[in-house]
Design a protein around this ligand. Sequence first.
Ligand code: S3P
Length: 424
Amino acid sequence: MLEISPRKRLSGEITVPGDKSVSHRAVLFGSIADGVTKISNFLNGQDCVSTISCFKSMGIDIKTDGYEVFVSGRGMRGLKAPDTVLYTGNSGTTTRLLTGLLAAQSFDSVIDGDDSIRTRPMDRVIKPLSMMGADIIPSDGGRCPLRIKGKKLNGIEYTLPVPSAQVKSAVILAGLYADGETVIIENIKSRNHTELMLGMFGSDCGMSDGIIRVRHTDKLNAAEIDIPGDISSAAFFMVAGLLSENSEIILRNVGINPTRSGIITVLRNMGGDIMIENIRGDFEPSADIIVRSSDLSGTEISGDIIPSLIDEIPAIAAAAAFATGKTVISGASELKHKETDRIKSIVSELKKANVDIFETADGFIINGGNPVRASEFDSFGDHRIAMAMSVLALNARGTSVIKNHEACGVSYPGFYEDLFSLTR
Ligand code: S3P
């Protein structure tokens, strides 16, 4: 539980921690590559720590030194049968990517996670993997725990029914082990970190717009992976900087992969003063982002841009509460399947703050501009709800309380230190 009083101004600079999606993948591919993979700017959040511990349970030697991680890969067939349940904590990415990888191993395994993971749909990965020949027995309703019998798999052609990078990545991973070619068709683009990282590990898988071709792969080579800052973490500071008066903040080394950067487009459309400088990096581009106080107006968000900002919708909702006019978010029913049902979490918590918000079938509508009142907000254990409500509280009238604020440790352990280092 944390109290937050309104602050007038934000200034200074921070470097947000490494990208969560990229950190998971670097450990995963490092574990099945030959040689030692060096990862810099690794995210030491609870989710990525869960990924490390799962691979350690499968015999991989992983050493952490601050933000550097050294993964001693044992090759494509080097994982050992775990002698315990692989516990993925709160991490959907660990759970779904591991399912794809484990389906193709020569041993059996069981994956389980926390109460939130046990509510999240796993049938979306079980279905394509079963088409490949996988043997995965879920608990009731296609949920965790999952009992996976390692099998020989065959390539398939699969059109993703939902734009999900976790599903895509699970099928890519299984495809690396399968006989024949695996073809994945994406009608709406989801984040492409797995495809980019495979290139870093020397895979010759072919990618063209919307079609990913994966071939059986006997060997990946260890790589040096420098992880950019997580734009999903930076999003909370972008919104905080725009909302606070007379503010200017600099966010250093933020990943701006186009499959992730929809938040910048949307906040600019709302009238946000956001500048991008010093673009660098060829694997995953990053940049410095300068944010200045702005008067925001409502906007409409729907369609193909949704996957590129799906994790930022809690932050966008906080911005919309202070914007003039209506913000409509639609086509975002995937929010129901995140760490919490984020449509419900956002609507219930913003209502407490006197925000005029109502739930729709696949999103919500906010009529911005009501005075935003302090309240006792609950994160429901969802990291992004904790951080979104904290940013809202900074600008609300009165002192707020954030219950379960420590949930931010899933993706951003130092969030509150960074936030309060900017408040004046
Ligand atoms: C992620 C993909 C997205 C995202 C999640 C991380 C990934 O989920 O919301 O936080 O690293 O692949 P979906 O695949 O369910 O869209």
